[in-house]
Design a protein around this ligand. Structure first.
Ligand code: ADP
Ligand code: MG
Ligand code: ZN
Length: 643
């Protein structure tokens, strides 16, 4: 979701800055102009000094003398350029007398009307007289133009350079300034009303707002006002939204910066931005600083193999600033992160981010509230069932739900509906979860048959195993990158999953490929199961290394790279032998899952055929249509994990 555009904070320093560089600029410009002028004058006087000015009477006398030294006279308007015999460029110049024409004054072309030898004879003695059109002014313009053009180019280039330098200057001036923005009063305020659910987090934050509004109340009782509040929770759970709501509620200046913005800075700039941010906030106290996505700068200092020296400086500066707060500084720092486990422990010590507010994935009733917020103002059909959608969307974040609401509106518009219907909701939900339907993707009969058995396999294994969620819907219409989809939906939200549930999930994920194997033979392995197998591998791995669910490693967990406990450079903090054990445990889980799926499908071959057949006929089967088909399926003794 797009964040509101935030109003930049006025930077008083910039004005002085601009004045200064304006001055520098005009001085430079004057300098260039002087150079330019000097150049013109020089080139003009140069042409003057090159030619000697002689009196017109002298020119005429020599021109009429067969022994005279002039070979050519070029007359341009009032100016005569005189080329001497033996030269090819004029070296003398003269001006016409004001009285009468040059002819009147005696400048005659002696060789007029002559031809052949006679002409060349004559030309040896007398000058050739050429009358040029008076292009004098144009000539000058052309001359000057030719001289000036490169200069103009240079000047343009120089001023471009200066502007570049200046903006680079400005940029580097602002490098050290935090990009922190103040939430403008002109922007639509976000308040706690816009944040649905998450009551306890809202309460915690409301308390912070109260601290800022009535510090006396707390000081009187000797309570220390918290300095740092850490909002922790999964992506899209509304942390940023909540911080903005705090800004809207608190009515104090709210400076916000995102951790990722530090990443784009030059060396040493991050720390100075932090300094600037905090000094601004202190000047405007009481105020709030919000550092979004703080994990971008504040990850464990040892967890990145020394790659993050710059981040380290930024982080250190944050710590220094927070330690430097007086008790009554009136500045509260709120930070948000998706990864508390990745944060440097130093940030979490008392006096820093010692208050934690957990923002969790919404429960069913919160999901309904969030959906209501996002469907507010959108036209919906009367029978639209947001509760059903809230029920279906276990595990979705607020951002996912906002996304579904938006997709539903788009779908309705695309379908030409006047209001959003239940069908639009379903399409939006599936689209957001898996990707758009691709009805246009052509599958040949063989592919359709494989897909039908594959999905039927998932559905039957999932249906039969006692700890799996019920099957909600099966389709062989391609969606997103998958050929078909089998949906399982939990009847209610659960916070914990048992090892039985997880093993049933592994088995039903295997159900697709195993069904293909049973029907088309064990060599007919298709690529249709790769995402199933990836899911199996990931779930099995986390069961072993995170949940202590291994057969031979029960209750043991293993540090993982993904959670930042070690890096490639530091290596695994356990032996090769342990690594082998982990791999063996993971393989055991996936083998067991495949075995159970196979037993279930072999025992229910008739149901498998029937379901595949129905899928080929109808493409999509909903819960009610699945019921009669799946009713006959039984779990074989061998696939049972418990009584
Ligand atoms: P986070 O910062 O935790 O990743 P955001 O605050 O950016 O998540 O949430 C993204 C969007 O999801 C919000 O702009 C809002 O539209 C929607 N959203 C998330 N949580 C809620 C909620 N509790 N109530 C209403 N909308 C929410
Ligand atoms: Mg966020
Ligand atoms: Zn599958």
């Amino acid at each position: 979701m797009a964040e509101n555009i935030k109003k930049p904070v006025a930077r008083p320093n910039n004005k002085a800055n601009a004045n200064k560089s304006n001055m520098v600029r005009s001085v430079l410009f004057t300098f260039v102009l002087i150079c330019f002028g000097a150049f013109i004058i020089a080139s003009m006087t140069q042409s003057k000094t090159q030619k000697t000015e002689v009196p017109i009477s002298d020119v005429i006398q020599r021109a009429n003398d067969p022994e005279g030294n002039i070979s050519k006279i070029t007359v341009t308007g009032e100016t005569l350029d005189i080329t001497l015999k033996g030269n090819d460029q004029p070296t003398e110049t003269s001006r016409k007398d004001s009285s009468g024409t040059l002819y009147d004054q005696g400048l005659i072309n002696h060789c007029d009307d002559m031809m052949g030898d006679e002409l060349s004879d004559c030309q040896e003695k007398y000058p050739t007289i050429e009358y040029k059109e008076d292009t004098n002014t144009w000539g000058i313009i052309l001359d000057v133009g030719l001289t000036v053009l490169p200069i103009i180019a240079i000047v343009v280039f120089l001023s471009w350079m200066m502007r570049q330098a200046q903006s680079a200057n400005n940029q580097s001036m602002s490098f050290g300034k935090s990009k922190a923005r103040l939430y403008g009063a002109d922007k639509k305020k976000v308040t706690f009303k816009d944040v649905a659910g998450n009551e306890s987090a809202k309460q915690d934050l409301a308390e912070i707002v109260d601290f800022l509004k009535n510090p006396k109340k707390y000081e009187k009782l000797g309570a220390k006002i918290p300095r740092g509040v850490l909002l922790a929770g999964d992506p899209g759970t509304g942390k940023t939204l909540m911080a903005r709501a705090v800004a809207g509620e608190a009515d104090v200046p709210f400076f916000s910066i995102s951790g990722s913005e530090f990443a784009e800075m030059f060396v040493g700039v991050g720390a100075s931005r932090v300094r600037d941010l905090f000094s601004k906030a202190k000047k405007n106290a009481p105020s709030i600083i919000f550092i979004d996505e703080i994990d971008a700068v504040a990850h464990k200092r040892d967890a990145r193999g020394g790659a993050g020296r710059e981040d380290e400086q930024t982080l250190n500066q944050i710590l220094v600033e927070m330690d430097g707060f007086d008790n009554d500084s009136g500045v509260i720092v709120i930070a948000a992160t998706n990864r508390v486990d990745m944060l440097d422990k130093a940030l979490l010590r008392p006096g820093r981010f010692d208050r934690h507010v957990n923002v969790t994935l919404p429960e069913r009733k919160d999901r309904l509230e969030i959906l209501k917020v996002h469907f507010k103002g959108k036209p919906v059909e009367e029978n639209v069932d947001l509760e059903a959608l809230a029920k279906k969307t276990a595990g979705s974040s607020g951002a996912d739900l906002a996304n579904i609401a938006n997709e539903a509106a788009i779908t309705a518009a695309r379908e030409g509906h006047k209001a959003i219907s239940n069908a639009d909701l379903t399409e939006a939900f599936e689209r957001v979860a898996i990707g758009p339907e691709r009805k246009s993707k052509v599958m040949n009969d063989k592919e359709r048959k494989i897909t039908a058995y594959h999905e039927a396999g998932h559905a039957i294994v999932g249906h039969v195993l006692p700890d799996s969620d019920p099957v909600h819907k099966v389709t062989i219409i391609p969606r997103g990158r998958t050929g078909g989809v089998t949906w399982f939906l939990p009847p209610e939200d659960r916070s914990y999953k048992s090892i039985y549930e997880l093993k049933d999930i592994l088995a039903r994920a295997m159900g697709g490929r195993i069904a293909e194997k049973i029907i088309f033979g064990k060599d007919a392995v298709t690529t249709g199961a790769s995402s199933d197998l990836t899911n199996v591998a990931e779930l099995a791995k986390s069961m072993i290394i995170e949940e202590g669910m291994g057969e031979g490693t029960r209750n043991l967990v293993f540090p993982s790279e993904a959670t930042g406990y070690y890096t490639i450079s530091t290596g695994k903090p356990y032996s090769e032998k342990t690594a082998e054990l982990i791999d063996a445990e993971i393989k055991m889980l996936s083998d067991e899952a495949a075995k159970r799926a196979e037993e279930v499908l072999k025992a229910n071959k008739a149901v498998l055929d029937k379901l595949a057949e129905e899928l080929l006929a109808h493409e999509t089967l909903e819960e009610a249509e699945l019921e009669p088909i799946l009713k006959g399926a039984r779990i074989p003794e061998i696939a049972k994990l418990h009584k």
